[in-house]
Design a protein around this ligand. Structure first.
Ligand code: UDX
Length: 430
């Protein structure tokens, strides 16, 4: 079976590499020649542990190739995965124009049966739309199926999640498509759920929105824990041992970010509105998330009085560790607010970078973590990079003007930090 992956972005590149690793012949198609050149030369243009090694391995094994030639790539493939972006429109709905373009390209070039599979996160009903779009441009009436096979991988853990998923969801309307996808995933040991395309599409949104709900719930409880003088981490541990709750995604912090949760929650809300209802719980999930970084800023304001003329050391820019992705990262809003209130900000992240357009006279980006602390009035931890745990906090303390430590990810040990002389506050933990 020849597999084609259209869109060599984050999900597409990972999908292509994982299928190559599973032993299939894979082609990655994109219109961005610069991206293709890099991938062809074994250069992974984003940070994701383990993927570069696979890229180099399969570039040379011949299992994997990259091209911009749509006609050739589509014609030689049996299964075509759509992995293009579905950005949010201003109203929160998903923009499907890239998906539509792919459907039209496939229809235009197809030379026989093709199974087209949607891996991009798309609103419920998109499988039907893609079927229609292909049908409208299918000049020679070639047979085809469109299936939905959502992707659940996490950034930073993409390889592990793709090679050992918790489940695989296959949404199809034909036995032929279901059989092909079963065959494709036959080496996987997890449960494969076969369902309708609409159900598969909703499972993806419902899963991400539920995880976001877990986080916002814990974040709201963290505020109560502070008032009750209770450690939210212990609450999470005690709750998580109940198998009905589960121990993961109960970590309080300054809120979720990334390319998925904010976008998917808002797309699900939009879907509900289009169908005449409001998802009330999700409305509050979003509200809690938006204000959670402010909760940490308020703690700092209470301690410092005012940010004007103060120096803030910000550790961590990425929306989570092990990625260079800063999309919707709470750190960005925090930095903007600090600058807006006339603070000076010294920022460090081991990998993530600010966009070139994000500049400010009072903002400095350090190339070493150790460089941000001198004369600082407060440290804000926004991302739980392991290296922040390994910093020599004892010797950092005397370098600061005021040793205030606001740990937005509850990653440091409060007792140890206090023993070094810090004023330490986490989120629902102190
Ligand atoms: C998410 C989903 O987990 C994945 O299944 C989907 O395919 C894409 O979206 P990702 O965005 O890569 O993956 O990151 P994830 O690990 O889920 O974290 C998302 C955000 O939630 C991060 O900002 C993280 O810091 C935050 N988070 C996560 C918490 O604040 N607390 C937690 O307990 C877990």
């Amino acid at each position: 079976m020849n597999i084609l992956v259209i869109g060599t972005g984050y999900v597409g590149t990972t999908t292509a590499l994982v299928f190559a690793e599973m032993g299939w012949k894979v082609t990655g198609l994109d219109t961005d020649q610069q991206k293709l050149n890099q991938l062809q030369n074994g250069i992974l243009y984003f940070h994701e542990p383990g993927l570069k090694e696979l890229l180099i391995k399969h570039n040379s094994s011949g299992q994997l190739q990259f091209t911009s030639n749509k006609k050739e790539a589509i014609q030689k493939s049996d299964v075509i995965f759509i992995c293009v972006g579905t950005p949010s429109r201003p109203d929160g709905s998903a923009d499907l124009s890239y998906v539509k373009q792919v459907a039209e390209d496939v229809a235009y070039h197809m030379n026989g049966y093709k199974l087209v599979v949607n891996k991009s996160t798309v609103p419920v009903g998109t499988q039907e739309k893609v079927t229609e779009w292909i049908s409208e441009s299918n000049r020679h009436a070639h047979p085809y199926d469109v299936a939905s096979n959502p992707e659940f991988l996490r950034e930073g853990k993409a390889l592990e999640d793709s090679l050992h998923p918790d489940r695989i969801i296959i949404g199809t309307k034909s036995d032929r498509a279901a059989k092909l996808l079963q065959q494709l995933y036959s080496s996987m040991t997890c449960e494969i759920i076969e369902t309708t395309p609409r159900t598969a599409e909703l499972i993806k949104y419902a899963s991400n929105a539920f995880l976001a709900t877990k986080i916002s719930y814990m974040n709201e409880l963290s505020r109560l824990s502070d008032r009750l003088d209770v450690d939210i981490r212990e609450v999470a541990k005690g709750m998580g041992l109940d198998l009905r709750i589960g121990s993961r995604f109960l970590q309080a912090g300054i809120g979720y970010g990334g390319s998925c949760f904010p976008k998917d929650v808002s797309a699900l809300q939009q879907t509900a509105e289009e169908n005449g209802m409001k998802l009330q719980i999700l409305e509050q999930v979003v509200n809690v998330n938006k204000s959670q970084y402010l909760y940490m800023l308020d703690k700092a304001k209470k301690k410092l009085g005012d940010f004007a003329g103060k120096k803030a050391a910000v550790l961590g820019l990425a929306f989570k560790p092990d990625t260079d992705d800063i999309r919707e990262a709470p750190s960005l809003r925090l930095i903007q607010d600090l600058l807006g209130q006339q603070a000076t900000v010294h920022l460090y992240d081991p990998i993530a970078k600010l966009p070139a357009s994000f500049t400010h006279d009072h903002l400095t980006v350090a190339s070493m973590a150790e460089d941000v602390f001198k004369e600082a009035d407060a440290v804000f931890i926004c991302t739980e990079w392991t290296m922040f745990q390994e910093l020599d906090w004892k010797s950092i303390h005397p370098q600061m003007k005021q040793p205030n430590l606001f740990d937005g990810r509850n990653m440091l040990d409060a007792k140890t930090m206090k023993s070094f002389g810090y004023y330490y506050e986490g989120i629902g933990y102190k």
